[in-house]
Design a protein around this ligand. Structure first.
Ligand SMILES: [Zn+2]
Length: 135
């Protein structure tokens, strides 16, 4: 199967940054809260190590912060666009938006963070298959 080289699609779908095929998270459903932040040790398709070093995903909190600010700004822009800005409704809408989007934001921030560190390899799955064939 040909690997999809679209890095944005792969990151948004929380796929392996090296092969864009294997799932990053154990639980593939974002809003099923059991183990929704657990990450595989290695990619099932290309064997990329997802536990790069101890505390690796602490850096994802900076990405999560940026995403949270972006959501707040997006809600603000929506209020301004529809000429409906008022502080209390804005705070309520922002609170609801952040609450509903937090599970996806947390997963997406980890996916973005590992994508910064691991380069896409279009032949990653073939290399891994050939490596296993020789064993
Ligand atoms: Zn992979």
């Amino acid at each position: 199967m040909a690997q999809d080289s679209n890095i944005v699609k792969s990151t948004l779908n929380c796929k392996c940054p090296k092969c864009h095929e294997g799932d990053l998270f154990l639980n593939t459903k974002t809003y099923q809260f059991k183990n929704f932040l657990e990450i595989h040790d290695n990619c099932k398709a290309c064997d990329q190590d997802f536990q790069i070093e101890a505390g690796f995903y602490l850096g994802a909190m900076f990405v999560s912060y940026a995403l949270t600010v972006a959501i707040c700004v997006a809600v603000f822009v929506a209020f301004i666009t529809f000429n409906a800005y008022s502080l209390i409704p804005y705070l309520i809408a922002t609170g609801i938006s952040l609450t509903l989007l937090t599970p996806y934001t947390l997963r997406l921030s980890r996916s973005i963070w590992i994508t910064f560190s691991v380069r896409y390899d279009p032949n990653a799955i073939k290399k891994y298959a050939a490596q296993n064939k020789n064993k």
